[in-house]
Design a protein around this ligand. Sequence first.
Ligand SMILES: [Cu+2]
Length: 168
Amino acid sequence: MKYLVLSLLAISLVFTSCEDKEKTDLMAQYDTLLNQRDSIMTHHENFVEMHESLSAAHKKLSQQLEGMTINDSTVLEKLARHEAIFAEHEANMKGHASLKDSHKDLKSNFMDGTMSKDAMKAQIDEMKEQHGTMMNHHDKMMREHEAIKEEHEEIMKNLNSYGTKDES
Ligand SMILES: [Cu+2]
């Protein structure tokens, strides 16, 4: 039985055409992209966690300011801007989460050799594009998180100068 399998394998190797070689290359590319996707998804989870802790800090700060009369109008403008940024991040991250398993489900189709080369290429292109978009979102999110953190710190540092605390 073992020899039969081996000789079948040998025969199939002999008959391996250029077409098959190209498919093997596409499968290898796809496999690399699946690994890249896993690493992007790990980053994604980290960004979601960071997002949650930062938006919790934001809420806490907003609540602290609520009881105060704020002389500096830029403070509230900043907080409103943070909220708009958070909403955009949430929408992006929701999109990422929906992609999480989309390509893993297609893996067996892709890897059993029955898919046409054009369909394989189209899927690889789509994945590359999605990965690029996700990485851009994560980069942007990281920069915006840093900026928000700085503004939070600045607001907290100046908390006493903004206005009087309403004692009620
Ligand atoms: Cu993400």
